[in-house]
Design a binder for this molecule. Structure first.
Ligand code: PLP
Length: 502
């Protein structure tokens, strides 16, 4: 299977190249030229497999330049019970709210308690194998700018992986206390963490600059290293996400929640559009999906886009209690537009250029219609988010995080507007303990809030009785390894010295 760039039809690469390179030279994203089609027999054969077995099947169909042994090794190393707390890394929880069934796909049982582990636990293995195929013998240097979740998940994924080094930059005042502590206590001989005196955009711009400075690239080359990327536009991060939608469908059939062949809806709390796109790709492969419900917080640029066909990022930016969705440019939307415009790289390039220059574009009527047919967009603000957490906990004792609550709320809106009773899978993207303050306020509104993050964790545990995930509980007694802070202008110097080549 070969991959194209969304912005240049003549760019054709192998899977290993797509993963090693991260992004196409023309600025486009790599997409499979075609999707494997799972007929009834193939889908049925997956019912009997466990998560790893399902993953191996999906990976082998997309990564045709990997051997079966290589794929086995990647999957076996990534999805261990030790890392995901059980044999199924993506279990379903069945609950309901005011008469509406909620099938909640818990994607946060990994080592950092956010769904990004599902991809970032396997990406390092895919990447090192891809590098071996394309740039044999070089060490990969992963630079990450993070607003919180990605940095920790990437650190945890890459720690002590041979032939990789990882350096994470985060805004000194831009992450939660829990996120900061998670990163600064990171173990591993090949990791570095550094705060920058600036915001997330400064961190991101700083990293991009380092990537594109020829003198730095030369220094790395002299030392047998090269830069690579772990951000969410890398195909190696999207592919693992397809697996859990297929796996959830199989689990629902096996659990008697749906009959084989029945359609489902998929509800996803969305930021960069990677997670929901993975469910769309699963559908292109044959998974029976009726509607994709795209849930946003007050940064509702996607809701407007789905409803009007106009993407306009020129709007107020809200800092919300679901920070991983505080995003105005959803990078992976580009891949959907490419697909529903009939793999039209030229028009995709036009829209993305308009987005870069004016912050705005409008898609054609046919693309609008195709999008409306399959996607529903909705949003909810912080108040409704907390109200949803509170109602769900009060009625059924089910505790969810702020991002998941946005999805549940938008799903309720969808059901109220359409009356559609198709069984629906709701992606749950983080442990409630990652956002203890907002969740505690929701379930115990009359309590005096404790002072520190870990006191809030303990209090939330007392109030709800829900176990604190081991990776978060264990953090309390860990001392920080990293306390580096740098000026944005000194980031290049920091990188060279961290790599001991400066
Ligand atoms: C990253 C993230 C999201 C958004 O996922 P996208 O794939 O970027 O749409 C939602 N919730 C949580 C907790 C996240 O960390």
């Amino acid at each position: 299977m070969l991959y194209n760039s969304t912005q240049n039809a003549s760019e054709v690469v192998s899977a290993a190249q797509a993963i090693a390179q991260g992004i196409s030279k023309d600025g486009g994203l790599f997409v499979p030229q075609e999707f494997p089609k799972y007929d009834e027999e193939t889908l049925r054969s997956l019912l009997k497999k466990d998560y790893k077995g399902r993953a191996k099947k999906v990976f082998s169909d997309f990564l045709s330049d990997f051997t079966a042994e290589e794929i086995d090794e990647c999957v076996e190393k990534a999805y261990t019970p030790a890392k995901f707390g059980g044999d199924n890394p993506a279990p379903l929880a069945y609950t309901s709210l005011e008469g509406t069934a909620l099938n909640i796909l818990e994607l946060w049982h990994g080592p950092t308690c956010a769904f990004k582990d599902m991809a970032l636990q396997i990406l390092p293995h895919l990447l090192t194998k891809s590098l071996k195929k394309t740039y044999d013998g070089k060490d990969a240097v992963i630079l990450v700018a993070t607003s919180g979740d990605t940095g920790k998940a990437a650190l945890e994924g890459f720690k002590d992986v041979d032939h990789t080094r990882i350096i994470v930059f985060y805004p000194v005042n831009g992450v939660s206390p829990m996120q900061k502590h998670q990163m600064n206590t990171q173990e591993g001989a090949n990791v570095r963490v550094c705060a920058i005196k600036g915001n997330f955009d400064d961190a991101q711009t700083g990293v991009k600059k380092i990537f594109t400075t020829p003198e730095i690239a030369e220094k790395l080359a002299e030392n047998n290293m090269l830069f690579s990327s772990a951000n969410s536009i890398n195909w190696g991060r999207l592919l693992p996400q397809i697996v859990y939608y297929i796996s959830a469908y199989c689990d629902m059939v096996n659990d008697g929640k749906i009959a084989f062949g029945d359609k489902i809806n998929v509800v996803v709390p969305t930021g960069n559009f990677g997670n929901i796109l993975a469910s769309y790709y699963a559908c292109l492969m044959g998974l029976p999906v009726n509607k994709f419900i795209c849930a946003s917080n007050s940064n509702n640029v996607l809701t407007d886009f789905i409803n009007t066909g106009v993407y306009d990022k020129n709007r107020h930016f809200y800092t919300t209690m679901s920070p991983s969705m505080d995003i105005l440019v959803s990078s992976n939307l580009e891949r959907l537009l490419y697909r529903i415009s009939g793999d039209d790289a030229e028009v995709t390039h036009e829209w993305m250029t308009a987005l870069k220059t004016t912050g705005k574009y409008e898609v054609s009527d046919s693309v609008k219609a195709l999008m409306k047919e399959k996607f529903f967009g909705g949003f909810c603000d912080d108040k409704k988010t907390q109200d949803t957490i509170s109602r769900l906990f009060a009625e059924n004792g089910y505790l969810c995080d702020t991002h998941t609550a946005v999805a549940v709320n938008v799903y309720e809106q969808y059901v109220a507007q359409t009356g559609d009773d198709t069984p629906s899978v709701i992606a749950s993207t983080a442990s409630p303990y990652k956002f203890s303050k907002s969740v505690l306020e929701a379930v115990a509104p009359n309590d005096q809030l404790p002072d520190t993050e870990f006191d809030m964790v303990d209090r939330l545990n007392e109030v709800t009785g829900m176990a604190v995930p081991a990776p978060l509980a264990g953090l309390k007694d860990k001392t920080a390894r990293f306390s580096d802070v740098t000026e944005v202008d000194d980031m290049p110097k920091y990188v060279l010295s961290a790599l001991e080549i400066g």
